[in-house]
Each structure stands twice: as structure tokens, then as C-alpha cells.
Design a protein around this ligand. Structure first.
Ligand code: ADP
Length: 173
């Protein structure tokens, strides 16, 4: 089955997909940007789940992912992944960013999700150049989908026009 892969300019917290991905930080205790928007809209149940994960495994490393309830969001799950902070491009940022997408999709599959929405991880306060991040994001998602069946839809959610144009450009290349 062919998976639909598309860009959408939207607020990720509003999407009725099986799992939305959060660009979290390693503490999993919430933050600004998309993280703040997801916790605000989803309510305290998400943070409660995050606290349980922290108690068990002590946070989440860069490139890795964990899954929680979506609280009162229309999605079923929130997958929290920690993007790399941009540091000039020679600190394995691309590899770590690709791991975020791959590990999130892996966790989605393991939890029976067939539709997943991603934000443009690391392109906010973590400072990853937008065009570069778009290339890594799309390549990582495509590579995963080539090796895994059963995902119906992956949406790359862009909050702003610049990310939307960048993702569209890579998808149409
Ligand atoms: P990071 O720390 O990984 O850079 P940010 O949350 O600062 O995370 O930004 C990641 C991306 O998420 C940015 O492109 C930002 O514009 C976008 N973003 C912010 N709020 C939302 C939202 N509600 N839905 C989707 N994307 C969002």
C-alpha cells in the first residue's frame, strides 16, 4: 500500500490523526513552541505520562522518542522526540534529526498507528536551518516508509510559510 506523504500548514495540536509528534526537550517537562502548544491543548494528562517516563528512564535523549496519551487532543497519542540543537552542522545534527523521524515512526508502528503528523523538528528555538531540516525530514520519513508497510498517512505540519515552502520544495523535487 502506498502511504500518503504531504505537507500541511496547520496547528498540529488540532489534527485528528493517530499520533502527533512533539518536538520536546530531553527533560520531557514541557517548554515553548510546539511543545507548549501541545501540552496546553492536551491538558495535564500528557505531563503526568511524561513524569512516569522520566521516573522510569530519566528523560529522553536527542534523536530518541517516547509515547504518551494525547489527553484531550483529537489525536490518540503524542510521540515526544528530542531534536538536535543546531551547532554549525558538524555535530551529527543531520543524523540525530533523521533518528527523530525514524524512531518516532517506529514507535507509531509499534503502537498500531496508521496516521502520523510531524512538526518541523528543531527548526524553532533549536535553530536548524529550515531548508536543510526539510531535506533530512523528508528523506528520513521516505526511507522508513520504504521499509515498513501499514502506514496510511504521514503529514509534515508546518506552522509558518517558510517551513511549508521548504517541505513542499523537497516533496516536489
Ligand atoms: P525546536 O526546539 O525543536 O526547534 P520549536 O517548538 O521551537 O522546537 O519549533 C519547531 C517547529 O514547530 C517550528 O518550525 C515552529 O514554527 C513549529 N511550531 C510551533 N508551534 C506549532 C504548532 N502549534 N503546530 C505545528 N508546528 C508548530
Amino acid at each position: 500500500m502506498q502511504t500518503t506523504l504531504q505537507a500541511l500548514q496547520a496547528d498540529i495540536a488540532k489534527l485528528p490523526v493517530d499520533a502527533i509528534v512533539n518536538a520536546a526537550n530531553s527533560s520531557l517537562m514541557g517548554g515553548g513552541g510546539v511543545d507548549g502548544a501541545i501540552h496546553r491543548a492536551g491538558g495535564p494528562a500528557i505531563l503526568e505520562d511524561c513524569r512516569r517516563i522520566v521516573a522510569k528512564q530519566g528523560g529522553c535523549k536527542t534523536g530518541e522518542a517516547v509515547i504518551t496519551t494525547a489527553g484531550r487532543l483529537p489525536a490518540k497519542f503524542v510521540i515526544h522526540t528530542v531534536g538536535p540543537v543546531w551547532n554549525g552542522g558538524h555535530k551529527q545534527e543531520a543524523e540525530k534529526l533523521a533518528n527523530c523521524y525514524r524512531n518516532s515512526l517506529q514507535l507509531a508502528v509499534e503502537n498500531g498507528c496508521r496516521s502520523v503528523a510531524f512538526p518541523c523538528i528543531s527548526t524553532g528555538v533549536y535553530g536548524y536551518p529550515i531548508a536543510e531540516a526539510a531535506k533530512v525530514a523528508v528523506a528520513s520519513v521516505k526511507a522508513f516508509l520504504e521499509e515498513n508497510e501499514g502506514m496510511e498517512s504521514v503529514v509534515m505540519v508546518c506552522f509558518d510559510g517558510e517551513n511549508y515552502e521548504a517541505i513542499q520544495a523537497v516533496l516536489n523535487a
